[in-house]
Design a protein around this ligand. Structure first.
Ligand SMILES: NC(=O)c1ccc[n+]([C@@H]2O[C@H](COP(=O)([O-])OP(=O)(O)OC[C@H]3O[C@@H](n4cnc5c(N)ncnc54)[C@H](O)[C@@H]3O)[C@@H](O)[C@H]2O)c1
Length: 272
């Protein structure tokens, strides 16, 4: 064990079950000496397994709907009391689209659902940071991260309105990162992760085929949740103290690969 996060206090959103990226992040942060509060929406606390993770990592669970300012204020206030001081790192690992869930096509969207997608998957990131700023809850040099996906830059048709949510999420990261940098020495980044087998990931239509395609397109193969968690640890550590306002691709090289030999061969074979 190293101790990259020794003495650091955090809040981790979004650990639902052992497949969740946030679950792995919590495990790795614990291994690296951090203490933290785990949080999720009240319904997820009832349905998920978060208490097992809390027990294994010696953490407290506090319910908070990321769309509720009241819940977030309570979360940041209580977390500082429990952890004994200001917060050094925050992971926003939250995504949900009612349109994706209900199979509503992008071109025939339901706008109530669309609002919810933005509210839960993107505006919640602003709310988290606005609440932390209002309560002056973040320590100087704190690191805030959210998880994104490359559909923010390039079209993946079945990603639906989550693509728009991720664009907004990344923009919020940059904008808040500026203000937070100026006012409190806090850094804000998004990590753009490969397709990953989780509850949220597998909710996207055609996930399995797309997962295989991305794997074949990426020189290193798809990045898994475990390696994403390692990257989060580094981003929470002081080793990356001057990195802010970035969208960081963690995708085995997918984002900069035009085409791979494997995909060329697959297309050639199917054309024969
Ligand atoms: N799985 C992938 O392929 C993939 C790829 C790139 C990025 N991501 C992103 O990673 C993040 C984590 O997703 P995951 O893949 O670990 O799936 P997951 O389903 O395990 O995690 C999503 C979490 O969001 C939480 N959530 C939903 N509504 C909420 C609300 N109102 N308030 C608080 N929490 C709420 C859920 O309870 C769940 O814990 C998401 O932002 C997702 O878009 C996932």
């Amino acid at each position: 064990m190293n101790a990259l996060l020794k003495g650091k206090k955090g809040i981790i959103f979004g650990a639902l079950d052992p497949n969740s990226i946030a679950w792995k992040v919590a495990q790795k942060c614990h291994e690296q000496g951090a203490t933290f509060v785990l949080t999720n929406a009240p319904i997820a606390l009832r349905m998920g397994k978060i208490n097992e993770l809390a027990e294994a990592t010696g953490s407290t669970v506090i319910g908070a709907d990321a769309t509720s300012l009241e819940d977030l204020e309570n979360l940041f206030t209580q977390s500082q009391e429990i952890l004994g001081g200001k917060i050094d790192f925050v992971l926003h690992s939250i995504g949900m689209s009612p349109n994706v869930r209900k199979g509503k096509h992008y071109t025939e969207t339901d706008y109530d659902n669309y609002h919810k997608t933005m509210d839960i998957s993107a505006m919640s990131f602003h709310r988290v940071m606005q609440t932390a700023k209002k309560l002056d809850a973040l320590a100087h040099g704190a690191s805030v991260l959210a998880l994104s996906y490359i559909a923010a830059q390039r079209v993946f048709p079945d990603y639906n309105d989550m693509a728009d949510a991720k664009s907004l999420l990344e923009s919020i990261g940059r904008s808040f990162g500026y203000h937070f940098g100026k006012s409190g020495g806090v850094r804000v980044n998004t990590i753009s992760q490969s397709p990953t087998r989780t509850t949220a990931g597998q909710g996207v239509k055609g996930f399995d085929a797309f997962y295989e395609y991305a794997d074949k397109m990426s020189p290193l193969g798809n990045a898994d949740a475990d390696s994403c968690a390692d990257y989060c640890v580094v981003m929470f550590s002081d080793l990356t103290r001057m990195v802010t306002m970035q969208n960081l691709f963690h995708d085995g090289g997918f984002s900069f690969t035009g085409v791979s030999t494997e995909v060329m061969e697959m297309v050639a074979n199917s054309a024969e």
